[in-house]
Design a protein around this ligand. Structure first.
Ligand SMILES: NC(=O)c1ccc[n+]([C@@H]2O[C@H](COP(=O)([O-])OP(=O)(O)OC[C@H]3O[C@@H](n4cnc5c(N)ncnc54)[C@H](OP(=O)(O)O)[C@@H]3O)[C@@H](O)[C@H]2O)c1
Length: 186
């Protein structure tokens, strides 16, 4: 059975964007980017909240010429190869291949996807992922903590969830980012 994995890059206080909606401080450097690519490599399907999709769809059309760094080229290929499901009640059309829209986060449909997928499934967008966490659908978390405090903004993890976690791995990067990999203990 495939796992559902939530990954987020957050400030030390746990925000994925600051109060102005900026997240430029979260942009991965080459070392972090290469690590993220290796995490994404086994995933076959990405579940996105509409806002995260609107950020990530950049990778559908970004130029893949020689100016692009090797890690960006690698991510571009991974992104384009993956199946994408965008959760939205407002989006009329998608602007990437291998992409469909779902109007509701149906827990049974997500469980069925996990049952039938050979490759792992990732989920992104704090609002959507928060609902999946609350529904008990998420099996593992990858949190990248950036050495910055941004004073407020959107939280990577929602309130009102209790879960026992097992730390599976941790990694320190040269730029001070720390990666924490947790499994939800059922
Ligand atoms: N820290 C980082 O590295 C990083 C990287 C990329 C992006 N970001 C930031 O993170 C933001 C994305 O996270 P987010 O929490 O704001 O939003 P999100 O979860 O990506 O998207 C929220 C939207 O998803 C749809 N949605 C949510 N739950 C749904 C449900 N149950 N059924 C159907 N549709 C549902 C709704 O779209 P509709 O309104 O269309 O119905 C909702 O407005 C980006 O905008 C960006 O600012 C941060």
């Amino acid at each position: 059975m495939a796992k559902l994995i939530y990954s987020a890059i957050a400030s030390l206080e746990g925000n994925v964007e600051d109060e102005e909606g900026n997240f430029d401080w979260a942009a991965p450097d080459g070392e972090v980017f290469a690590f993220v690519n290796d995490l994404e490599r086994p995933s076959g399907t990405y579940l996105y909240g509409r806002r995260m999709y609107e950020t990530m769809v950049f990778w559908e059309t970004v130029s893949t010429d020689a100016d692009q760094s090797a890690v960006m080229r690698d991510f571009t290929e991974l992104w384009r190869a993956a199946e994408k499901i965008v959760y939205s009640r407002t989006l009329q059309t998608v602007s990437s291949a291998r992409t469909r829209i779902e109007r509701n986060l149906n827990p049974d449909a997500v469980r069925a996807l996990k049952q039938t997928s050979e490759a792992d499934v990732t989920i992104g967008g704090a609002e959507l992922a928060g609902q999946a966490l609350a529904l008990g659908l998420v099996d593992e978390y990858h949190l990248f903590l950036v050495p910055i405090l941004v004073g407020g903004g959107k939280r990577a993890l929602p309130d009102n969830i209790r879960a026992q976690l097992e730390l599976l791995n941790e990694h320190r990067f040269r730029n001070g980012v720390v990666h924490l990999h947790y499994r939800v203990i059922v």
